[in-house]
Design a binder for this molecule. Sequence first.
Ligand SMILES: [Fe+2]
Ligand SMILES: [Fe+2]
Length: 134
Amino acid sequence: MSAVHWSPNLSIGVEDLDSDHRALIEILNALDAEVAEGAGHGAVALKLDELIVRTEAHFRREEAIMAREHYPEAAHHARVHEALLEEIRQFRDEHRAGSAIGPEITAFLKRWLISHIIESDKHLGGYLEGRGVG
Ligand SMILES: [Fe+2]
Ligand SMILES: [Fe+2]
């Protein structure tokens, strides 16, 4: 999958969350490039760990805003986050056990992130805009 680029149509109107999304897209592009170039196990492992740490931090930040602003779909949204984290941790564990990370995995993660931003995070962004939070 070719590199995905952040563009204004991915903005959810909250600067901190947009900048997290940009960073996550860049990590995924870097992981994708490493996989395509056949980078070593250690390099890919580091990138996977970075992806997990940054994704956890982003989800916690987003969930804190949802809680503070009494977002009605907060619980469901958080469960969707947790399910994705479980999948990434599983990829990480399989990789640690010796499996290769293939391009289908990075393509899946990119698709997941972009569709989550467009379908779920933008919905949150609209709600926050309605409350005057930006
Ligand atoms: Fe989200
Ligand atoms: Fe998000």
